[in-house]
Ligand binder design. Structure first.
Ligand code: 0RA
Length: 653
């Protein structure tokens, strides 16, 4: 009798467990399916940017483990087959069974959406900011992903295929107790990353180096096994952001040798500030919150700026460099020639703004002000010669600024970049509210015509451009301003040009590049992006620049019309249709092949269209590539083309 009872109990228990398992599996597959359906929602885009995003996500997990005090080293490797391996020497992701899911913790981390967010409990998360989508997103977007964990003297392995477990977690051997950590190896899915699955070593190295500067003492390495000579670059800076400032100022004359470095903790916020003045005019101020480059600034930046301005002016008055009757120097003038890096680590960072790169926490302002003012003030008093140079530089900047402003007021009248001269080719929208106004820059007159017909007049302005615009990388300022296509663009935008550029005057808060999905289209897009990057940089930093993504296929079955992006989607969709009437597939070669209605429906209608925002992070890393591809030096360009010729098929696919 007792036996029977037990059997029944066991069977019931088993059913319960099975139910729990089934329920959690269904949830898992549902979650990861959503990621594969709309990858852009999770990683921004499926272009090269999105591809690199996968690596950032996995590295971030290792950095979290380092910030928690357990990992000292992160090794990143691009393998011969363009897969990526990231290894850390942390505790190893836990392998024990989780009560809630009944599955090993490591499996949950890679299969349940946002499970990554639970990591750590205390300590900082670099995830949760810009990247923080969780390791499961990387898994969902990879054909294969393997995780090896070394923990408590044992080695474990688990393998996934398109996000699904294909080899359950198992022990595969033993290791010395001193060997611990996590190895993640993944293969991005070419059906998701249709533009390219080729990693760019420059982009990877730049970010890895930046992370090494931002996390002093942490050792990061990069190995590119696709190269014949697979060397390993080691990034390891005991001086942290102080070495970053020295690096940024390399090759320039400086006002004092060692950058000032301040470190402090205020109400749970870690603050680091480093700065150094060059004798030049360029101001470089880079701010970070939890390792995320805060392009749009925010409270930490505000705190630094006010503190700097206040301390320099106080000193200048006290030292009688400024007379009592003199006005204070402006912050902008004080910052001329300065290179500074600010890095805060906040337990609960709030990222705001268009690109979520503006730190909103007001306690970060107080923390930076407090950390910086006192040390900087002492520095000025202890180094009066340097202090005098800093103040005099500010005074010089002020005089130069006032003189330049006068000179510009005279010439501006002649530049012709006033709204009154709005170009005829521009079909402007009727609203005057920049927040809802969009400017489509359209390749070709025929697509431009369709766009004008199909648009929503209230919000959408159309500017057709013909053929290739001027390559600004190779041209002088005069030639750039003489170029009709470029003048038109700046006039329409209303921001002014060069030193007069003022992003707050932008008449549109969306600038949308709409070019064909072919090589010429890509070239025109690159030319435009170069122009924006060099001459409208704040538009990118503010997140105002977008790329339209027209679909690749139209499938028509009777009255039913469906637009699709990738070969995989096309294949799946065709498979889901009844065989009759026979579906007709059209592959769009260019925008010009779409009529006004199709262009609106697929590419312009805010309800249906897909836009990729141009990520300033990516633009920064692409800077070197721009220079090389667009610049005057032929040598590096030829080398790049030769080095990358093997990938060209992929790039155009
Ligand atoms: C112990 C506990 C937890 C996480 C980790 C170790 C850990 C995670 C990663 C990711 C990459 N490398 C790692 N190394 C260690 C927290 C588990 C939880 O809170 O659910």
């Amino acid at each position: 009798m007792a036996d029977e009872d037990n059997k029944l109990k066991n069977a019931k228990q088993f059913e319960k467990e099975a139910d729990k398992y089934n329920a959690s599996q269904i949830q898992v597959l549902g979650g990861l399916e959503a990621v594969r359906k709309r990858p852009g929602m999770y990683i921004g885009s499926t272009s090269s940017q999105g591809l690199h995003h996968l690596v950032w996500e996995i590295i971030d997990n290792g950095i979290d483990e380092a910030l928690a005090g357990f990992a000292t080293k992160i090794e990143v490797t691009v393998n011969e087959d363009n897969s990526v391996t990231v290894q850390d020497d942390g505790r190893g992701i836990p392998v024990d069974i989780e009560k809630k899911t009944g599955r090993p913790a490591v499996e949950t981390v890679y299969t349940v959406l946002h499970a990554g967010g639970k990591f750590g409990g205390g300590g900082y998360k670099v995830s949760g900011g810009l990247h923080g989508v969780g390791a499961s997103v990387v898994n969902a977007l990879s054909t294969k992903l393997n995780v090896t964990v070394m923990r408590d003297g044992k080695k474990y392995n688990i393998a996934f295929d398109h996000g699904r477990v294909v080899e359950e977690l198992k022990e595969i051997g033993t290791v010395p107790l001193t060997e611990h950590g996590t190895i993640v190896h993944f293969w991005p899915d070419p059906n998701i990353f249709t533009e390219t699955t080729v990693f760019d070593d420059k982009i990877l190295k730049n970010r890895i180096r930046e992370l090494a500067f931002l996390n002093k003492g942490l050792k990061l390495t990069f190995t590119d096994k696709r190269k014949d000579t697979a060397e390993t670059d080691v990034y390891h800076f005991e001086g942290g952001i102080r070495e970053y400032v020295s690096f940024l100022n390399r090759g320039q004359e400086v006002l004092f040798d060692d950058p000032i470095y301040v470190e402090g903790k205020y109400e749970g916020i870690d603050v680091e500030v480093s700065l150094q003045y060059t004798t030049g005019y360029k101001t470089t101020l880079m701010t970070f919150a939890n390792n995320i480059h805060t392009y749009e600034g925010g409270m930490h930046e505000a705190g630094f700026k006010t503190a700097l301005t206040r301390v320099v002016n106080d000193y200048a008055h006290k030292a009688k460099i400024l007379k009592e009757s003199d006005d204070n120097l402006s912050g902008e003038d004080i910052r001329e020639g300065m290179t500074a890096v600010i890095s805060v680590k906040h337990p609960n960072p709030q990222f705001e703004g268009q690109t979520k790169t503006k730190l909103g926490n007001s306690d970060a302002r107080t923390a930076v002000d407090r950390a910086f003012s006192e040390t900087f003030s002492t520095f000025l008093m202890e180094n009066p010669q340097v202090a005098r140079k800093i103040v005099e530089k500010g005074q010089l900047a002020e005089r130069a600024r006032v003189a330049a402003k006068r000179a510009r007021e005279v010439t501006r009248k002649k530049s012709g970049l006033e709204i009154a001269n709005l170009p005829g080719k521009l079909a402007d929208n009727t609203s005057n509210d920049p927040n809802i106004s969009e400017l489509f820059i359209v390749e070709g007159d025929s697509a431009g015509g369709s766009a004008k017909q199909g648009r929503s007049r209230l919000t959408q302005a159309i500017l057709p451009i013909r053929g290739k615009i001027l390559n600004v990388e190779k041209a002088s300022m005069d030639r750039i301003l003489a170029n009709q296509e470029i003048r038109t663009l700046f006039t329409a935008l209303g921001t002014g040009f060069g030193a007069d550029f003022d992003v707050s005057k932008a008449r549109y808060h969306k600038l949308i590049i709409m070019t064909d999905a072919d090589v010429d289209g890509a070239h025109i897009r690159t030319l435009l992006l170069t122009l924006f990057y060099r001459y409208m940089r704040p538009m990118i930093d503010k997140g105002y620049v977008y790329i339209a993504r027209p679909p690749l296929y139209q499938v028509r079955q009777g009255k039913l019309i469906k637009y699709l992006d990738t070969d995989e989607e096309l294949h799946d969709y065709l498979g889901s249709l009844q065989p009759s009437p026979k579906p007709i597939v059209q592959r769009y070669k260019g925008l010009g092949e779409m009529d006004a209605e199709q262009l609106w429906e697929t590419t312009m209608d805010p309800e249906n269209r897909r836009l990729d925002r141009v990520d300033p992070e990516y633009a920064k890393d692409a800077d070197e590539v721009f220079e090389m591809l667009m610049g005057n030096e032929v040598g590096p360009r030829r080398k790049f083309i030769e080095d990358n010729a093997q990938y060209v098929e992929n790039l155009d696919a």
